[in-house]
Each structure stands twice: as C-alpha cells, then as structure tokens.
Design a protein around this ligand. Structure first.
Ligand code: HEC
Length: 177
C-alpha cells in the first residue's frame, strides 16, 4: 500500500517535472510563453534569430519591386499633374534604393554613380518646377537611369517590360524638349 502510494507520488512528481521542463523550453527570451507563430522568439539564440530576419528581409529584389511600383505611380501622378505626389514617390524611390544597397553593398557603386548621385537630384529638380514640360523631361531622365543601372548590373532583361514603355504625352515627345 505504502509502496504503491510512493510510486504514485513519484509518477506525479515526474509528471510535473516534465511539464515544468516543457514550459521552460516553450518560453521566449523575454520569459513569455511562445506561441506556434513566434518564428523569431523561438530561435535558439541571437545569431539564429538574426539569420531568420535577414532571410525574411530578402535582398535587392524586394526593394526593386517597390521601386517599380512607385515608378508606375510617379508616371500616374505626372499624368494628373500632381507634382507633390510625383515628388513624394521619387523621394521614396531613393530611400528604397538606399535601403537596398545597405543589404546588397555590391550594387552600391552602380546605384550611386548612375542614380543616387546623378539622376536623382536632376529629376527632383525637374519635378520641382511643377510644369508639364520639365516634369516629363525629368521622367525621361529617370527612365534612362533605371535602365542604365539594369544594364550595368547585368540584368538587361529587366528593361524589356511594359513598365519602361509607359507613354509620355505625345506633344512632349514631338517637341523634343
Ligand atoms: C543598382 C542599380 C539599379 C537601379 C538604380 C535600379 N535598378 Fe531595378 N533592378 C536592379 C537589379 C540588380 C535588379 C534585379 C534584382 C535581383 O535580381 O535581386 C532590379 C530589378 C528591378 C525590377 C524587378 C523587381 C521584381 O522582382 O519584380 C524592377 C521592376 C526594377 N528593377 C525597376 C527599376 C526602376 C523603375 C528603377 C528606377 C526608378 C530601377 N529599377 C533602378 C538594379 C537597379
């Protein structure tokens, strides 16, 4: 009887210890309970946590995706003669490219020479004039800068897409200014 009781007590103790161990393992660095979706908090250590973050933050493709999106929005803003919106998107494009080369420093020489230190301020000045002629001329400079960096970075196939054939007002083209 006593033996049996002891065994039951031992089993109960073992059970609670196991439970305790599980709880310990399922706690994050901040002592909080981990849920199944805690993909960062559940990493074994800081290195693994940062590796997971780096992977999710991607490389140059995701910033470029945003840049492409905003370039289309810049074009749409110019069609509406909404120069504030055009400048807004142009500035965000530069920020996105800056953030992109922070992740992929190998792209930074081309990005700086062909875009950030050259076309970017030139295009911005053109947009700031808030006049159709100057703005469309600036858009044309922007397009060339994008395409020349794709060439320099050996992704020429990026230039063969509808994004770089967005129409400019026919009168701007004819006047050649
Ligand atoms: C550093 C030079 C550089 C500049 C400047 C640049 N690009 Fe890119 N772009 C790239 C590279 C490199 C890729 C391919 C990324 C990869 O393979 O991870 C790319 C890819 C893209 C893509 C495909 C993204 C996707 O995955 O869907 C688009 C769209 C794009 N660029 C648009 C633009 C536009 C618009 C501009 C100008 C406003 C621009 N790029 C300026 C280098 C550049």
């Amino acid at each position: 009887m006593t033996k049996k009781l002891n065994r039951t007590a031992a089993a109960a103790l073992l059970g609670s210890l196991t439970l305790f161990a599980c709880t310990e393992r399922d706690q994050g660095p901040l002592g909080n309970d981990l849920a199944a979706n805690d993909w960062l908090l559940s990493a074994e250590n800081e290195t693994e946590r940062f590796e997971r973050l780096q992977k999710q933050m991607r490389g140059f493709d995701q910033p470029m995706w945003e840049v492409g999106e905003r370039y289309g929005s810049l074009h749409a803003a110019l069609q509406r003669e909404n120069y504030d919106l055009a400048i807004y998107h142009w500035d965000k494009i530069a920020t996105t490219i800056e953030n992109g080369i922070a992740k992929r420093p190998g792209r930074s020489d081309s990005a700086r020479a062909l875009f950030l230190d050259s076309a970017f301020p030139e295009v911005r000045a053109g947009l700031e004039q808030r006049k159709p002629d100057a703005a469309w001329q600036a858009f044309d400079i922007a397009r060339s800068a994008c395409m020349s960096c794709h060439q320099a970075e050996k992704v020429e196939y990026m230039n063969n897409q509808a994004l770089f054939e967005l129409p400019m007002p026919a009168d701007q083209r004819e006047s050649g200014e």
